[in-house]
Ligand binder design. Structure first.
Ligand code: 5AD
Ligand code: SF4
Length: 436
């Protein structure tokens, strides 16, 4: 019987994709995936450092494994963004002696060697590289869905928003060659992929450091030409680098899905400045206006941080005003979390109750608006790429072009296909409809 592995992934889609790459390496070595810790010989935590609660989940898991002798002979590995911070890595290595292998975000390519070395020597292995070296690498990955895939286009980040740890964990920004990306997507499409999600910390700055210079607009135009590719999505743009030629693509490229995730972070120009975001609310609203002018069906979503140390009640009200003005289709809202190395972590934190109160007010408003927006979709039809079928209840679910989850009475043969669904009912986060 094959030995088993389990990978627990925290954080963003880039981390999810890294886990898919690790899966490929493990299966090449003959291991098989399980969702049960007890059955696994190899346990991997692919960690995220973006907020303290993401970190705490990892400590929680390492803690209960350490306290349980059933797990003494397991090979516990910790990788991902937390490992790129010297302090956090040292803390884990000192406190959790059950951790046998530690490696960083730039050591995916030699994971197989690291594991083999551990198996031979039994020694604890630590491999961390600070440099992004994957710009010329095309990785194999095991995708959870046959018909959709992540594709990295940039690594790292040069923005240095004052609250964010990413530039310290993922290093300086570098872009993959345009031809390599196109080749990878072509290969994926030949393998049955219909939808790709391009990944980068700031996709709109794609290609700036390449020789000759390339642009995100150019990349999207090239990818749109690939026959049999149906849908292009991406994560995440940065308002500071969004230009008109990019927005115009929403009216030109049939495969570019009408979805724009545009992190706002705060609706106060003063706080945006404090956060080193390099755009004003005016520029932001201008982008939203243009995007909607070009494609009125575009869905706009965002990320907002509440409780940045210099945020006053007045500043927070400006965030609420922006939410009223933009009327987002969905949003991720976060409470500010001080992160090691970042300038904002040196500032005095706001009172916890004040921040919680603001967070609740924001979430309530966001949900209200999201619900009202969705009410307007009742009676409309959307193309849905079906992701799964639940045989117990006979429903299928998938995503419409705007990225919204749609559930309908379906059948298993529809998985991986694009079907037309008319929306009949909605709640804040899901739409329900029938095949047309
Ligand atoms: N505290 C809270 N939220 C944060 N984010 C990034 N860093 C922090 C932090 N220190 C949020 C931002 C970003 C999203 C991925 O996570 O909103 O867009
Ligand atoms: Fe992703 Fe950032 Fe978390 Fe790393 S720290 S997993 S890049 S969100």
């Amino acid at each position: 019987m094959k030995e088993k592995y389990i990978i627990k992934t925290y954080g963003c889609q880039m981390n999810e994709h890294d886990s898919e790459i690790l899966r490929y390496s493990l299966e090449e070595l003959g291991y098989q995936e399980t969702d049960n810790y007890e059955d696994a010989k190899i346990i991997i935590f692919n960690t995220c450092a973006i907020r303290e609660n993401a970190e705490n989940k990892v400590y929680g898991n390492l803690g209960w494994l350490k306290g349980n002798e059933k797990y003494d002979d397991k090979i516990i590995c910790v990788c991902g963004c937390m490992m790129q911070s010297n302090e956090i890595r040292k803390y884990i290595l000192d406190k959790y002696i059950n951790v046998k292998i530690v490696f960083g975000t730039n050591n995916l390519d030699n994971f197989k060697d690291i594991l083999k070395r551990h198996l031979i020597t039994g020694e604890r292995i630590i491999e961390i590289s600070d440099k992004n070296k994957y710009t010329n690498t095309t990785f194999n990955a095991i995708r959870p869905y046959e018909f959709k895939s992540f594709v990295n286009i940039t690594y790292g980040c040069n923005n240095f928003c004052t609250y964010c740890i990413v530039p310290y964990t993922r290093g300086r920004e570098s872009s993959r060659d345009l031809e390599d990306i196109v080749n990878e997507v072509e290969a994926l499409v030949n393998d049955g992929v219909k939808e790709i999600t391009l990944l980068g910390q700031n996709v709109n700055s794609y290609g700036k450091t390449l020789e000759p210079k390339r642009s995100f607009t150019e990349l999207l135009i090239e990818l749109n030409k690939i026959r049999n590719l149906k849908r292009i999505r991406f994560m995440t743009p940065h308002p500071r680098d969004i230009k008109n030629d990019f927005l115009e693509l929403y009216g030109k490229l049939d495969k570019l899905m009408p979805q724009l995730h545009l992190p706002l972070q705060s609706g106060s120009d003063k706080i945006l400045k404090d956060m080193n975001r390099h755009y004003s609310t005016e520029k932001y609203l201008d982008i939203v206006r243009k995007a909607r002018e070009i494609n009125p069906d575009i869905s706009i979503s965002t990320d907002i941080i509440v409780g940045y140390p210099t945020e006053t009640e007045e500043d927070f009200k400006k965030t609420l005003d922006m939410v009223h003005e933009v009327r987002y289709d969905s949003a991720f809202t976060f409470i500010f979390s001080p992160r090691p190395h970042t300038p904002a972590a040196k500032l005095e934190m706001l009172d916890e109750d004040v921040v919680k109160n603001r967070f609740n007010r924001l979430t309530e408003l966001m949900n209200e608006i999201q619900y009202e927006n969705q009410l307007k979709t009742i009676g409309k039809s959307y193309e849905v790429l079906v992701e799964s079928f639940d045989k117990e209840v006979g429903t299928a679910e998938g995503r419409n072009p705007q990225g919204r989850l749609v559930v309908f009475d379906g059948n298993p043969l529809q998985v991986g296909r694009i079907v037309e669904v008319e929306i009949e009912k909605i709640n804040t986060f899901t739409s329900f409809g029938r095949l047309v």
